[in-house]
Design a protein around this ligand. Sequence first.
Ligand SMILES: NC(=O)c1ccc[n+]([C@@H]2O[C@H](COP(=O)([O-])OP(=O)(O)OC[C@H]3O[C@@H](n4cnc5c(N)ncnc54)[C@H](O)[C@@H]3O)[C@@H](O)[C@H]2O)c1
Length: 241
Amino acid sequence: MSVTYDFAGKTAIVTGGSRGIGRAVANGLAQWGADVWIWDADPLPTDETRSRTVDVTRAADIRAALSEIVAEAGRVDILVNNAGYLGSYLSFEAFDPAEWQRIIGVNLIGTFEVTQQILPIMRKAGSGRIVNMGSLAGKEGLPNLAAYSAASAGVIAFTKALSREVCDTEIRVNCVAPGPIDTDLIRRLGNEVVSDMIGASPLKRLGAVEEVAALVLWLCSDASSFNTGAVFDMSGGRARY
Ligand SMILES: NC(=O)c1ccc[n+]([C@@H]2O[C@H](COP(=O)([O-])OP(=O)(O)OC[C@H]3O[C@@H](n4cnc5c(N)ncnc54)[C@H](O)[C@@H]3O)[C@@H](O)[C@H]2O)c1
């Protein structure tokens, strides 16, 4: 059965949308009619979407990019907080504090920065969809990824807290928590670590970006109306709770 969506007339922002999961999400939203803006620290040109250089840790970047959208569309219907940085795969004792600052900065504080600027626009409209990209690491706590795990757990808790703050509106805030997905982010860890991750997966493979995008698209659609503050696994059966 093929699934179709109608995002015509919707304006969407996908952070970190130039590569990997974000790119698949941005392409999917555009395919079904959304006007998609990619905010990425290192943008790549695309045909279907518009890209702007935005570092999600920099409030001034966000403000400038948002003012362009407000001037043109006057609305933001969909926000996918996807920009992420995995950082080093190292024991916590060996971790450089500058590295954990960056990990928390991009994955957690970046989600705060972008959401806080966009939320008033959604609140004024009385509706919207926010999808935050967490990780299985945030639920399980993965060794050698302590800061990333903590940042991701923060994204999960933020999703739950924020969803309750906007329950008096049609704004829905949810989180997706992928296990290892086949992107540059995971491939940078090297073949040995990736093989171990595949070995730990009940489905014995990495996920595909299109599989994550399919879930995100549904969460961004009107079909998902009774879910808010929820965390959706995308882990090939690995997540246990
Ligand atoms: N790939 C996985 O296995 C996996 C698993 C769990 C969660 N995730 C999460 O999914 C999201 C996407 O991951 P991916 O695998 O597609 O990664 P990726 O490395 O392929 O792409 C990440 C994108 O984010 C951008 N980015 C990085 N820092 C940024 C910043 N400060 N501001 C704006 N953009 C920035 C990069 O330029 C890149 O285009 C991340 O939040 C990641 O933590 C990924």
